[in-house]
Ligand binder design. Sequence first.
Ligand code: ATP
Length: 233
Amino acid sequence: MILRLDGLGRRYGDLAALDDVALQLEPGERRALIGPNGAGKTTLLNLVAGALRPSAGRIRFNDRDVTRTSPARRARLGIGRTHQHPAIWPTLSALDNVLVAARRPWGRLRPGARDHLAAVGLADQATTRAGSLSHGQRRQLELAMALAGGPRLLLLDEPAAGLSPPEVELLASLLAALPGDVAVLLVEHHLDLVYGFADRVTVLHSGRHVHTGTVAETRRSPEVAAAYAGVKP
Ligand SMILES: Nc1ncnc2c1ncn2[C@@H]1O[C@H](COP(=O)(O)OP(=O)(O)OP(=O)(O)O)[C@@H](O)[C@H]1O
């Protein structure tokens, strides 16, 4: 198992943004995490990446308890991520962004920065200032930066947000071509993208786990329909 969450919770005052959530991910698994606005999806990603500390529960990554581990150390252990708003260095070239993302504390660079750019369809943009890239290309660049870290688990936070239909199609093909040994946890509202990508789908509603199943099971789940209808399942 590459990721195991037990009893994971995060409170903001009286609000339980995430409440007693369990989740297990196998190596190389493609898992989507869906649910209506405010369900707790980004909170869960931030807890796994280490950007937030849980109020309750444990996080195990690759058989190691990382509940209290810093985000930088989790990244080095193999947890990569992208954000709702791509986190890039706008004044650096696309290639330098990937090189910086791949830098290790001891100064060694991982080889293959150009390969990572090519893998996300940005081979021709290596010398372009990242700040001049389109929104969709910035998302592609952030994905290359995440891949440059050599992740075993990739956390993707709404990669289709703000993309045009052709850009979503491109994204779907990039996601389908991700290395097979990298587990992916995809938070996404674009359900066509989710259903085309995921092995299994987990649904959150109001901070609670309401369903995990295959795409077919998820499509016909009454709990999922209720969650999206705004009804408490
Ligand atoms: N820093 C914060 N302070 C207070 N409440 C917060 C904070 N961050 C998130 N919340 C609340 O926690 C709940 C879960 O938020 P979260 O962003 O994880 O949901 P989400 O499923 O990612 O939603 P969306 O699909 O809209 O991005 C929401 O009710 C949100 O308002």
